[in-house]
Design a protein around this ligand. Structure first.
Ligand code: SF4
Length: 257
């Protein structure tokens, strides 16, 4: 069964002199002719404008413990309503959700999910928060913000699980609507980002963390977690990059296997 996705206009783009349009949501800055899709596959050029093609469609829902996001001091012991869409603006070779993040099939987005519908389902299932997860919410920026607003109207918190690969202006707007975030730092070197994620280190997680501490909307204060993807990072690299107290002294490279 093929379900058509919902296409909505977007804000972060501009027209180029050669007739193409450039998406300004993430540092990839995809330059598109009419009919072309960006690297994330879900933002495209239609009628000379950049649109989001996956608004209101989900690749799946699940009720998880909030600690699975993983958040340790945010509504501890409560269930969180998790959902995602399809596509991603990174290309990590070690992606665990590759069937969703690299999906080119519209059937992946099998469930209709309006912002109000997601907020109502979370409330019905006793969840005090909703997580944008499975794939990166950066690429469905407009949809994630509308879901967060619908959730806030019911007193439900919003949580982003993201790599934070986003340009400055949309980044500030995005985190203003989030109550908590887990920003996955893939590695400590630009070479790692370049060779294994087809991205760059600098515009991603670290800047996100600084933005979160200024803009996250939770009444309990911003809650953020910088998660380091363990695979292919050595413990020595971790120790060089972060304060000593942040790394368990008992860890060794053998303990990751
Ligand atoms: S959000 Fe998608 S279309 Fe926009 S620059 Fe990033 S990868 Fe390209």
């Amino acid at each position: 069964m093929t379900i058509s996705t919902t296409v909505v206009p977007t804000r972060y783009w501009h027209r180029l002199e050669d007739g193409r349009v450039q998406c300004d949501l993430c540092p990839r800055a995809c330059k598109l002719h009419d009919g072309q899709r960006g690297m994330c596959f879900v933002r495209a050029c239609e009628d000379g404008e950049v649109v989001l093609t996956t608004y209101g469609r989900s690749s799946g829902f699940c009720v998880d413990p909030v600690e699975k996001k993983p958040l340790n001091h945010f509504l501890p012991g409560t269930p969180i309503f998790s959902f995602g869409t399809a596509g991603c603006n990174l290309a990590c070779r070690f992606c665990q959700n590759w069937d969703i993040s690299k999906s080119r099939e519209i059937d992946t987005l099998a469930d209709a999910a309006s912002p109000e519908g997601i907020a109502a389902a979370a409330e019905r299932l006793g969840c005090r928060s909703v997580a944008f997860t499975y794939n990166d919410p950066v690429i469905f920026h407009e949809y994630a913000i509308d879901v967060a607003q619908a959730c806030h109207e019911r007193g439900i918190r919003s949580v982003a699980v993201t790599a934070g690969y986003m340009c400055a202006e949309p980044r500030v707007e995005f985190y203003r609507h989030m109550d908590a975030a887990n920003v996955d730092l893939k590695a400590f070197t630009d070479r790692f980002y370049h060779e294994l994620c087809a991205a760059r280190l600098e515009p991603s997680s670290c800047r996100s963390s600084r933005t979160i501490s200024r803009t996250c909307s939770s009444t309990e204060g911003p809650s953020s977690c910088l998660g380091v993807v363990a695979i292919l990072n050595t413990i020595d690299e971790c120790r060089r990059a972060v304060p000593p107290r942040a790394v368990n002294p008992e860890l060794s490279d053998d303990s990751r296997r």
